[in-house]
Write a protein that binds this ligand. Structure first.
Ligand SMILES: *[C@@H]1O[C@H](CO)[C@@H](O)[C@H](O)[C@H]1NC(C)=O
Ligand SMILES: *[C@@H]1O[C@H](CO)[C@@H](O)[C@H](O)[C@H]1NC(C)=O
Ligand SMILES: *[C@@H]1O[C@H](CO)[C@@H](O)[C@H](O)[C@H]1NC(C)=O
Ligand SMILES: *[C@@H]1O[C@H](CO)[C@@H](O)[C@H](O)[C@H]1NC(C)=O
Ligand SMILES: *[C@@H]1O[C@H](CO)[C@@H](O)[C@H](O)[C@H]1NC(C)=O
Length: 294
């Protein structure tokens, strides 16, 4: 039924889908410059006809490489999760708005083209937001983060532990000292060699998550402990206690449920060094590494 409707919309020549091109949503990137070095399907994340953020999606992995968004000081609670999908990944002519999963089994073209609820249900991974709802002021911007194209399989020990703490620290730091726009990019590092998958071999599991911000206009009276965190700062978080410790060491005395899910803060330069090493190509997250004055 949904398929028929979408096809009808296609036949009627509705506006082009927000997929395949970042042009309609360049405002989410510092200097309108999307990260270079990673290949995938660009999605301008649209909800109720408004763009909320941008995602570079990997169709073969059925999960994102990164999401890019503008941070805004949050108010209010996390919305109750209504998970959405992107019709335009299944039907090229569909309009670009994300849509809540209808009750019952989803359309087969949707299942083929992206992750669905069933991929995560009863898996040993939670749904880890790249663009988290708690980094947004407005209700609709928060709701828009609940699309499975913005989500990767993340262990609960990371999602509810050190990674959540990082998101909260970034929130506090940016709310207190970023005076202008804060451009965020959060992404994944795949396993080297053998990929890990959720049950059914449909959705790829990342070995690490990374995150970085660029806030060109900030308060220069920074306390000492934040002195190297502007205009840009970064972090990499473990998603697998079995990973080696070359990138992120393990705190052996951390609480058991969070052990092995450490997050290491680092400069953007250091992050890009690890990305280059794993992707075998130069990855540049921000235009001129965010040093240009705005
Ligand atoms: C999830 O696991 C529970 C308990 O084993 C089972 O009852 C339920 O049917 C499973 N759900 C799905 C969607 O596989
Ligand atoms: C984010 O920061 C704001 C401003 O400091 C604060 O009011 C809010 O409680 C923080 N939210 C979370 C989830 O940490
Ligand atoms: C910058 O930070 C200092 C110290 O925290 C504070 O007193 C001052 O009001 C801040 N300036 C602006 C423009 O927010
Ligand atoms: C870590 O290794 C153990 C033993 O090989 C295995 O049982 C477990 O599933 C692995 N954990 C992850 C997250 O891959
Ligand atoms: C390791 O974890 C413990 C317990 O949470 C904490 O007190 C300690 O500061 C941590 N050490 C490092 C180096 O982060």
């Amino acid at each position: 039924m949904l398929g028929a409707l979408l096809l009808l919309a296609f036949a009627a020549g509705r506006c082009a889908a927000d997929v395949g091109d970042f042009t309609p949503c360049l405002q989410f990137f510092y200097r309108s410059w999307p990260p270079k070095g990673l290949a995938g399907t660009p999605i301008c994340q649209r909800y109720y006809n408004q763009h909320h953020f941008a995602t570079l999606y990997s169709r073969p992995r059925r999960s994102p490489w990164f999401s890019a968004y503008l941070y805004s000081v949050p108010t209010g609670k996390r919305p109750s999760a209504s998970w959405k999908f992107e019709p335009q990944l299944a039907y090229p002519g569909a309009d670009g708005n994300m849509v809540p999963f209808p009750p019952g089994p989803p359309d087969q073209n949707v299942v083929e083209s992206q992750a669905v609820d069933l991929d995560y249900i009863n898996s040993t991974y939670s749904r880890g937001h790249l663009n988290p709802s708690l980094h947004h002021q407005r209700y609709q911007a928060r709701s828009a983060t609940f699309t499975l194209t913005n989500v990767v399989p993340q262990k609960v020990g990371s999602n509810d532990g050190p990674w959540e703490l990082l998101e909260q620290n970034v929130n506090k730091t940016l709310a207190a000292y970023c005076l202008g726009k804060a451009y965020m990019v959060t992404g994944v590092i795949p396993y080297r060699g053998d990929e890990h998958w959720l049950k059914n071999h449909r959705v790829a599991v990342p070995e690490y998550l990374w995150s970085t911000y660029c806030c060109p206009n900030y308060n220069h009276s920074l306390p000492n402990w934040l002195s190297n965190t502007f205009p840009t700062y970064a972090a990499i978080g473990r998603n697998d206690p079995n990973s080696t410790e070359e990138i992120v060491p393990v705190n052996k005395t951390a609480k058991k449920q969070y052990r092995g899910y450490d997050v290491r803060r680092m400069s953007l330069e250091t992050l890009e060094m690890y990305l280059k090493d794993r992707f075998n190509t130069v990855v540049s997250v921000f235009y001129e590494q965010c040093v240009g004055s705005d």
